[in-house]
Design a binder for this molecule. Structure first.
Ligand code: HEM
Length: 496
């Protein structure tokens, strides 16, 4: 009798353990490469994670589960699997992970790009689309775009007439242009305040360094205290306070106008009038406005300039393509001092060149990280809730099963080809797809098309003396965005 009394709870315990174990073993996780204790797969990321992950995916498949420190990370490397994440399970994967540096820089997640999925993000996205990104708004920015592009052309003209043989640092010139045009859309036209744009340029460089850097806490959330100890938080806070000073000043200047509209208003003016709108669903605080500005300045400047930098590199490296593009652009705009926006619709080769640049050199090779809000199944694999997701578009864009001669720059592949970057063709998603697709796509493409058309219309371009096209250095630099590792230097000769 005694023995039986012991046996009953023991049997119950064994049955419970068996049930838990059988439940566990029935979980089927995606394949994983071998990992080290504690750091998991972190050591396999290398300096250029998109390239390292591409190599790993070739061994382990298009759906791979890594452990980056303590964080389970799903790496997606085929168009079919990207479709599963971004279309079939779009809602489950519509959130972003909380990143420590972003939390500090964006006022505790009050921005849009790094915000978690939810009501705040929905409201931010709605405000940005209505007041900045919709087709009508982008169109209304045409005159400003043409003025900024003309300013860029004048700058290059002056430089090449003063020092005809001296190479221009195109990376720097294009970065400053992208900075000016984005700041103008966001904060309106400044008069005689180039210094402020330079300040933004410096702050953005610091943000990019911080966001691209390795923050221990993003991979070991349980070691949060180490971030303060190592001074990482302090660095982010220092930069954040510099942003705070300049953004407060901007808000103050724009508030003084008290709703008085001018043709040179920017996004910040729309935000300030929404702040006073009694029908607003949320209270648009100054902190939210500042977080949005830091977000959009960063997202806009770096990506646009990178696309232009790689475009010029590919064109100088491929003189026949440069000639073909110049023939098209000069044919359409012949006799004009500049290419105008209405000319662009007649330039199909220009569109193909830009699409090919965004395929081979996507400014965000891993898009932006997502996080699953619930568990789900993909291809028979179980994906747990709170898994970080990285979509390796760089790998998809070079998949030989999709693209002929994937490593070669061939704009012709996009001629008479309906494939587009709008987020419906999962083999070509430089702007992402689904609910978190880049809202700045049309804004960016309008700037890139007009700037590139004018660069090749107004000037003939040469490499630095003694250099041949094969020597153009196409090495990628590490970071959240994929810049060229070394600056591009070119010599310009006026054509008109
Ligand atoms: C998000 C690419 C230009 C603002 C994104 C994402 C990508 C991307 C890949 C993530 C999408 C996803 O998670 O599915 C690009 C490229 C650009 C560009 C390649 C230029 C060539 C711009 C510009 C702006 C902008 C000019 C604003 C001025 C944003 C914002 C988000 C975003 C705010 C976050 C959206 C959200 O989370 O809801 N972009 N972008 N981007 N982009 Fe862009």
């Amino acid at each position: 009798m005694h023995a039986f009394l012991w046996l009953a709870p023991l049997t119950l315990l064994l049955l419970t353990i068996k049930l838990i174990l059988s439940k566990r073993s029935s979980v089927r996780l995606p394949p994983s490469p071998w990992k080290l204790p504690f750091i998991g797969n972190l050591h396999q990321l290398g300096l250029l994670p998109h390239q390292s992950l591409d190599k790993l995916a070739k061994k382990h498949g298009p759906l791979m589960l890594l452990k980056l420190g303590q964080v389970p990370t799903l790496v997606v490397s085929s168009s079919q699997m990207a479709r599963e994440i971004l279309k079939t399970h779009d809602l489950i994967f519509a959130s972003r992970p909380i990143l420590r540096t972003a939390e500090i820089l964006f006022y505790g997640g009050k921005d849009m790009g790094f915000a978690q999925y939810g009501e705040h993000w929905r409201q931010m996205r709605k405000i940005c689309v209505i007041n900045l990104f919709n087709a009508k708004k982008v169109q209304s920015f045409q005159a400003a775009r043409e003025e900024e592009v003309a300013h860029l052309m004048d700058k290059i003209s002056q430089a090449c007439s003063l020092h005809p043989l001296e190479p221009l640092n195109m990376s720097q010139v294009l970065n400053l242009f992208s900075n000016d045009i984005t700041c103008r859309a966001l904060m309106g036209k400044f008069s005689g305040e180039e210094g402020r744009n330079i300040l933004f340029h410096k702050l953005i460089e610091e943000n990019i360094l911080l966001l691209s850097g390795f923050n221990l806490v993003d991979y070991f959330p349980s070691l949060g205290w180490l971030s303060s100890l190592l001074g990482l938080d302090e660095r982010a806070k220092r930069i954040s306070s510099k942003w705070e000073a300049v953004l407060c000043q901007i808000i103050q200047e724009h508030s003084i106008r008290n709703g008085e509209k001018t043709k040179d208003d920017g996004f910040v003016d729309s935000l300030l009038s929404l702040q006073k709108d009694p029908n607003m669903e949320i209270s648009l605080t100054d902190e939210i406005i500042k977080a949005l500005l830091v977000d959009l300045i960063g997202a806009g400047i770096d990506t646009t300039y990178i696309a232009l930098e790689w475009s010029m590199s590919e064109l100088i490296k491929n003189p026949q393509i440069m000639r073909k593009l110049q023939d098209e652009v000069r044919g359409v705009a012949f006799g004009q001092s500049m290419v105008k926006e209405e000319d662009l619709s007649k330039m199909c080769y220009l569109t193909s060149v830009i699409k090919e640049v965004l395929r081979l050199h996507p400014p965000n090779p891993l898009l932006l990280p997502r996080e699953s809000m619930d568990s789900c199944q993909i291809e028979g694999y179980d994906i747990p809730r709170k898994t970080r997701v990285v979509i390796n578009f760089w790998s998809i864009a070079r998949d030989p099963k999709i693209w002929d001669y994937p490593e070669e720059f061939r704009p012709e592949r996009f001629i008479d080809n309906p494939i587009d970057f709008k987020g419906q063709d999962y083999e070509y998603i430089p702007f992402g797809s689904g609910r978190r697709v880049c809202p700045g796509m049309q804004f960016a493409i309008s700037v890139i098309e007009l700037a590139l058309a004018n660069l090749v219309y107004r000037f003939d371009w040469k490499l630095v003396d003694g250099m041949v096209p094969e020597e153009v250095d196409m090495t990628e630099s590490p970071g959240l965005t994929m810049r060229m590792k070394n600056n591009l230097y070119l010599v310009a000769n006026s054509w008109v």
